[in-house]
Design a protein around this ligand. Structure first.
Ligand SMILES: [Zn+2]
Length: 448
């Protein structure tokens, strides 16, 4: 593909293209991912640059790379750049191009991972490489953790590292995805810095019935029919709105129109607003950020077409707000399922509570200064995301972790959200150059 303009930072573009082409697709199974391909690619770029390099491979192929520029003062705060190297699967039939082509078209790099988050990982790696090669010797250590398995549970990546290699990746401050896309508001440009995220409390419901011959279904106890009723009840169930501090700060910072802003902070009004807002994307975000959500996603049941099923399993993706425990989740499920409860067993699959970092920290101020530098006049707004990132592992260990990258104004927020795990994922080369530049500049002021 020929380009009729000059690339500002061909090195980061090339690295991203190669990372996309490595297709480290994590489908949630242990045998997927093969992040070793991206770990080795990054290692090759960093070798000989004067930093310490270590590869960790808890399972064959599930490798993470940790690079480190040791600080001169062991008491000075350390900073970790945390980027994942895996991507979610992509369906080639619904994409306009091969999802793993890494093509550069009209100033954009195409492919799975272009915004989630190989773009940031590549920018961080190039910045780190430049710092190391320049002989940068900070007071506080700088760590680059390019990790596997973020797109599943992080058990073979950040989760494993923070448990088994805590001293290698440990840091006082962490920067990871997402954040940084410019948003135009009536009050001017805003850039979100992710400061917190919801928890995941995934549950499996085992619905019981009585097996029988399917040729005579009258008055049988069909687990699938019960499961259908359970799903309907869960879909109709409305957990209460909670306006927490992080949400209040976000709404306050966004200069939203008069007819929306106050309603987003009113627990009695927000449900109706979310149902009626013409902007579905905003409605979904607003709803998710202020409610525990329940999404039935997988059903397994039945054995043979002529047998009334006696057991059906429903998997629920449940996302929790700060302070909402598994006990709370179970009590809400019981309330939703109501009098079908004696046929339903609730089993835990995974529980990860919500996590949050304070604002107004030295790193916050540093990122805020970067916002001013790259988008003069824009304001930084703290955001609480509905999705999960590897930041949670580090917050749990006391680190201040934010999600941030620097972007041009070529992509808007809506496009950005739609491309996350969606079709035709791509990023503009200007954003890649800006992020690489910012990640190189930041430690020069923050760690010295
Ligand atoms: Zn991601």
């Amino acid at each position: 593909m020929t380009e009729n303009f000059e690339l500002r930072d061909p090195e980061v573009v090339d690295l991203l293209q190669q990372m996309i082409r490595n297709a480290c697709v994590n489908d949630g199974t242990e045998a997927s991912g093969h992040e070793i391909a991206n770990a080795e690619l990054l290692r090759t770029g960093l070798e000989g640059s004067g930093c310490d390099l270590e590869t960790y491979e808890p399972l064959p192929g599930r490798a993470s790379l940790v690079a480190r520029i040791e600080g001169s003062d062991p008491d000075a705060p350390a900073l970790c750049y945390l980027g994942h190297t895996d991507v979610v699967p992509a369906n080639p039939e619904t994409w306009s191009r091969d999802p793993f082509c890494g093509d550069l078209v009209d100033g954009e790099v195409w492919g799975r991972g272009a915004v989630d988050m190989l773009n940031i990982t590549a920018s961080m790696a190039i910045a780190f490489q430049r710092l190391a090669r320049s002989g940068f010797r900070p007071r506080g250590s700088l760590v680059l953790a390019a990790v596997a398995d973020e797109e599943a549970l992080g058990s073979h990546g950040a989760g494993w590292l923070t448990e088994h290699a805590a001293s290698a990746v440990g840091a006082d401050y962490v920067i990871t995805e997402t954040g940084g896309i410019p948003i135009e508001t009536p009050g001017g440009r805003r850039l979100l810095i992710d400061v917190g995220e919801k928890g995941s409390c995934w549950c499996r419901l085992r619905v019981r019935g009585q097996a029988g011959h399917a040729s005579t279904p009258l008055r049988t106890d069909n687990a699938l029919v019960t499961a259908a009723q359970v799903v309907s009840r869960l879909a109709a169930f409305k957990p209460q709105a909670t306006v927490h501090d992080a949400w209040r700060r976000f709404v306050g910072g966004m200069a939203l129109p008069e007819e929306i802003g106050p309603l987003l902070l009113d627990p009695a009004a927000i449900d109706d607003l979310c149902e009626s807002l013409p902007d579905v994307g905003l409605a979904r975000q607003a709803h998710a950020c202020t409610h525990m959500t329940i999404a039935p996603t997988i059903v397994h049941g039945g054995t043979k077409v002529n047998i009334i099923p006696d057991r059906v399993e429903l998997d629920l993706d449940i996302r929790t707000l700060p302070g909402q425990t598994e006990t709370y989740v179970r009590s809400l499920l019981a309330e939703a399922i109501g009098d079908l409860g004696d046929k339903v067993e609730i089993m835990s699959m995974h529980d990860d509570p919500a996590s949050e970092s304070p604002i107004g920290t030295p790193l916050w101020d540093e990122l805020d200064a970067m916002v001013q530098h790259y988008h003069p006049g824009a304001e930084s707004v703290p955001f609480f995301t509905a999705g999960a990132t590897d930041a949670r592992f580090f917050r749990r260990r006391g680190a201040v972790a934010y999600g941030f990258g620097m972007f041009s104004d070529r992509l808007n927020f809506e496009q950005f959200l739609a491309m996350f795990h969606g079709d035709d994922e791509r990023v503009d080369v200007e954003s890649l150059a800006l992020s690489a530049e910012m990640f190189e500049a930041l430690p020069r002021s923050f760690l010295t």
